[in-house]
Design a protein around this ligand. Sequence first.
Ligand SMILES: Nc1ncnc2c1ncn2[C@@H]1O[C@H](COP(=O)(O)OP(=O)(O)OP(=O)(O)O)[C@@H](O)[C@H]1O
Length: 365
Amino acid sequence: MSQAVSSNVKGASIEIKHLGKTFGNVKAVNDVSLTINAGEFVALLGPSGSGKSTVLMSIAGFERPSEGQILIGGQDCTRLPPNKRNIGMVFQHYTLFPHLSVGDNVAFPLKMRGVAKAERRRQAEAALEVVRLGGYGDRTPNQLSGGQQQRVALARAIVYNPQVLLMDEPLSALDKNLREEMQIEIKRLHAELGFTVVFVTHDQGEALTMADRIAILKAGRLQQVSQARELYERPSNLFAASFIGEMNMLPVRWDGVNAVFSDQDQIRLPDTASIQPVRPGSAILAIRPERLSIAAPGTEGSWKATVRDVVYAGAGSLLITHLADGSEVRLRVASAGQAPIRPGQEIGIKVPPEAALLYPADASQ
Ligand SMILES: Nc1ncnc2c1ncn2[C@@H]1O[C@H](COP(=O)(O)OP(=O)(O)OP(=O)(O)O)[C@@H](O)[C@H]1O
């Protein structure tokens, strides 16, 4: 690989301490603390308006925090302007200069840093090679496809060897195939160049496949920061549980040992079912649809359910059922080898206790 962008670039750590940002009376970011290790790839995930971009822009230096501190590579950058932070940025829209050649677009940050012309050309070409666009330097942006333009934006962000790469929904303007190709491209660059990545997305699949860790935000507050598997298998609260993947959420009465349904069906739960302490009384039992299976009606320990709808989707089928108390339970089952199931049919649902999670009924806990 070309020397200009491969010279042992190593990421910097990012420490966000009690970050707060208020716009008028909107608390866009509320007491967010997060430490990102050098070279780590972290996704910020959350619904629209949850504060993801504001956190990213605060790291970049384009937003000035109302409260808290941001350290990059151990240095307090809270009051440092963006161009002093040694970070690269890629946005959703490519923001290339239409009148400049691709090469000049990529070389632009070097020009701002006073790098001499011949050296600029050399480094820009090297960065274009890294994103597999070697030889495209003389074109103008409008002669490139959307995916290629986004790769030019990526080349421009990495041309000066930043220690941190910040990306705000960089792939959401691309169609599905291009998006998947760029996901692989960005992961490859991250592995090769070793910079720290903070990646904003509202696409949970993208976050789960790309990031080392995922930070979930809701209304400006951090909900959970975990690796993909833990986030999926042990979401720390009801919001994270419902935001990632599909989840059945059933109101139950918890007596400390058993989760009891209103029709007196019950399930004995292992201690590991509660991620946070749950007091006896009303609670929510959460279970992923793919962890449930069908049993003959009346099978010992199974729940009695009536099928409301069957959605055939090739390899798997979605069964929408309801229990005697009216609670809806969804199952994802393999289609193959399954006797056809019809709406109105009574079935048993087998629930592995180790797959069940218990949360306080009050979502604010
Ligand atoms: N410059 C601004 N002036 C006023 N309010 C703002 C400004 N920037 C953001 N906000 C508000 O702050 C909150 C968080 O916005 P932010 O853009 O960080 O969320 P987000 O999670 O990135 O959302 P999206 O996914 O829609 O981009 C929102 O309520 C938004 O309206």
